[in-house]
Design a protein around this ligand. Sequence first.
Ligand code: GLN
Ligand code: ZN
Length: 763
Amino acid sequence: MTTTHILGYPRIGPKRELKFALEAFWQGRKTAAELQSTAAALRSSQWRAQRDAGMRFVSVGDFALYDHMLDTAALLGALPARFGFDAPTLSLQQSFELSRGNAAQPAMEMTKWFDTNYHYLVPELDAQTSFERGTQNLLDRVREALAAGYKPKPVLVGPLTFLWLSKSHQSEFDRLSLAPALSAAYARVLAQLAELGVEWVQLDEPALTLELDTPWRDALPVLYGAIPAQHGAARPRLLLTTYFASVTLAPATLATLPVDGVHLDLVRAPEQIATWRDALPPQWVLSAGIIDGRNVWRTDLAAALQSLRPLQAALGERLWIAPSCSLLHVPVSLGAEDGADARLNPEVRPWLAFAEEKLAELATLATALDQGEAAVAAALQANATALAARRACPRVTLPQVRRRVQSLTEADARRASPYPARSAVQRERLHLPVLPTTTIGSFPQTADIRAARAAWRRGELRHTDYLQKMRDEIAAVIHKQEVIGLDVLVHGEPERNDMVEFFGEQLWGYTFSAHGWVQSYGSRCVKPPIIWGDVWRPEPMTVDTARYAQSLSAKPVKGMLTGPITLLQWSFVRDDLPRDEVALQLALAVRDEVNDLQNADISIIQIDEPALREGLPLQRSAWAAYLGWAVRAFGVAAGVARDHTQIHTHMCYSEFNDILPSIAALDADVITIETARSNMALLDGFGAFAYPNEIGPGVYDIHSPRVPTADDMARLLRRAAQLIPPERLWVNPDCGLKTRAWPETESALRHMVRAASELREEL
Ligand code: GLN
Ligand code: ZN
């Protein structure tokens, strides 16, 4: 029998039950016991779904109340020392203090899990970390699954990935020195799991797909050194689990590790099967990650069977099949999309598979392999029919879009004149002071705005009444900005719930789910739109609003757009067209909008690209290709702007130093970036690189309600002025202000304007 299994399941629940229970607990509306019982019910239903789909195991340890990396750190006895908590007695309250901070300590740092939008808590290690006193959390979960009659396969972040993703605040300290102690901690946990009768453990090692340097490669045998060579009483069998890219180490190198099998991501990196098929150690199982765990499309089961059959012939029982990675990264169930609130394009719905449907796909594949296709003829037929409909759908391919992409020239992706020439014309037109002040786009999204949007969506507010409400809000924020004395204004984005969804809703080729939530961190979820067909802009999307906003002021009001890479990066993207081509289609839509805005006399247009950096491939060898097409897509969007139209772009949460040539190649007239939290450290690179165009380093950290003083901001500006010539410097906050409240926003911006005028005096 072919083994089917999954690497992890969405925790949040089909109706985001976990989110609501967590938030109720944090607000004191639910007790700890109530929260725990919601969590237990979710685990139970997730396990039932896996067993009902015939999985050989249920996944245990993938569930976490807040984050599985935090749970792993607790299990290993590696909690941040600054909190003073003892892992074995860690309370629920304390675990939330680690993840959310307390009066004395800021929360553990959070960052993106590889190239996903899931954020994990970064373990903090130091020379004193002993890994000796861990929690029982994973063992309790295993007992819970056993008691309910399931066969658990615990999943643990593996030692290489755990150490790689950890941080140390002691600058001199090399965390690799912890490898032996960490290895011993894993050996301890594995022995405990063996004692409970666990047969297999999944060790997640996505770090094996990175281009590790020599010290890290050399550390691998040490990190696995304390784990007994043979499975038995001292340890269960181990599945070395990789995903998101191809394994960068040779099979022969990994064959020396004390493990019993490997999982490969054959969706992202199908080519690696050739290497592994021939070199798989004789006793190992091979888990083929054949179903896309990162996207929402229905698997082509016939194609999957075709690639699995030779593997089955070669490996027999040693072939396992699975999704490519944990299903954490896709929504829970399509079943939730059929209610009265359904939003999905009905034509597209049959082409999709969320987590629950992917379980069924896996079951079908296994049955077809073991019993022949006739045993699942109906399921295979339904799959083939849906895919044929997708391929034949005349709305997927729009010839006019294909022709435009084909005929794009190099000149289309460039501004007509170089920056110095443009800058002269723009200065003439805009009459801005030195150190112009501006904001990034959004202003506080008040309860009033949200209520109006909700009422309009429910059909309780007439469209024109909604538009009027938005206009009233725009007029109010333009007035506020004039009073504050900003130089370049924004309309405040009240009409946008989300910077991708707002545009996606106006473009062909997009659809939206009603409940397709994916966990981002803790209780926070995102609902990415789905790009299913060629992207086409049927009519202007922002021109009316921009024209209205500009009519209210003699100062320039920026037109505000989301750039092609961010539109791509924050969506589920079709898998039947290369990403770079989808990016160009999106770029053409933005290009047409830029052109319409400039024809409506909008003098400054901002094209936001906060997601540019996060699109970087995991393997550096693939960076140049990505940056090449990403820069070209931005160029296509902005290239239509005439010399006198000033193009801004904005990026945040980013390290830029290693991609500065590409940032410069975007050739935006002005870039605004997040620098306040790093005390302008991010700007050093721009200075050293002699970044050629204008730049607005954020002087106001918008992530905190704290109001910086004019002195705080003047100090940051003085630093910036040492790195960038003042005539190319702008003054702005780090990012948009939509999550802030008005009182703090107004005082902070007043201080910012004062800081700018102080600096102008000093120049
Ligand atoms: N213009 C957007 C805003 O101000 C930019 C958001 C972002 O960078 N994430 O909200
Ligand atoms: Zn931002």
